[in-house]
Design a protein. Structure first.
Length: 284
């Protein structure tokens, strides 16, 4: 029987409810890929809550649910971010100099986050996710062109330090870092379209070492679902990854067609919904 091939999961894995959830996951993958291209993010802010619910229905141990959702989201983000980055790069919109300067700081932040992930609670990860998403969404809603930290992105030591922080927080949130990089670049006077394009490259630099780090952090952890390597669930990655890769180029085209303010407001609404969803889950 098929259920015999999936040890550790509920025997009714192929029930109508679970099959319906699979369809929902595929739909979420399509939305995540679209958002990856549109906002320069890996789609993790969409995927993490959906994956978390998937793990709840499968009765995965509560102590590892959020960790698995975050880590699996990073695994799905890898091809999405790369595809989105290549699309924006072909249009000449990426700040390649900034990405080169973050080749070490971003992965360093990822390594530090992987060390922390093995010890932080699931509620702790939810709180980080909701808090940052709320702050960035408010900034997008009330953004003014006069809100600037400077006229251009600073050099050493602020630039590498910011890279470490972005890599650290993005890994703990299971996202590609586009949320924070968009804010960072626009506060230093860069146009939103360039920030979105560059964030796709940031996502690639974060997600690849992030997946490896979360595999290590969760290695032999108790209560993991079947088909998991550390905290990364391969079943979730393989199910959603192809859809996100196909829809990312659509988002890229939309990003370059929309005016600046519409892009900012859409991004803010998206983040606010995510923040509310995770904030409410802390009280469930």
């Amino acid at each position: 029987m098929l259920s015999d091939l999936l040890p550790g999961l509920a025997p009714d894995l192929f029930s109508v409810e679970i099959l319906g959830l699979v369809v929902a996951l595929l739909a979420a993958g399509a939305i995540a890929g679209l958002l990856a291209g549109l906002f320069g993010i890996g789609g993790g802010a969409v995927l993490v809550p959906v994956l978390y619910q998937f793990l709840v229905l499968l009765e995965v141990d509560e102590s590892v649910r959020m960790h698995v959702a975050v880590a699996t989201s990073l695994g799905i983000i890898v091809p999405t971010s790369v595809r989105s980055y290549l699309g924006h790069r072909a249009r000449g919109a990426v700040d390649e100099a900034l990405l080169k300067s973050w080749l070490v700081p971003l992965p360093l932040g990822v390594v530090l986050a992987s060390l922390v992930a093995a010890h932080v609670s699931g509620d702790g990860l939810k709180g980080i996710f909701a808090g940052i998403a709320m702050l960035v969404s408010l900034r997008m809603f009330f953004n003014r062109d006069s809100w600037r930290l400077g006229t251009d992105i600073p050099g050493f030591p602020i630039r590498p330090l910011c890279g470490v922080v972005i890599g650290f927080l993005a890994t703990l949130m299971g996202i590609g870092g586009g949320v924070m990089n968009n804010t960072f670049m626009t506060l230093y006077g860069r146009p939103i379209h360039q920030a979105v394009a560059t964030s796709a490259g940031v996502g690639a630099l974060i997600s690849v070492p992030g997946v490896l780090g979360m595999m290590w952090a969760g290695w032999n952890a108790p209560g993991l679902p079947a088909f998991s390597l550390g905290y990364v669930n391969l079943l979730g990655v393989l199910l959603i990854m192809p859809i996100t890769t196909l829809t990312a180029p659509i988002g890229v085209r939309l990003a370059h067609a929309w005016p600046k303010r519409r892009l900012e407001l859409a991004f803010g609404i998206f983040l606010l919904i995510v923040a509310i969803r995770f904030g409410l889950s802390l009280f469930e």
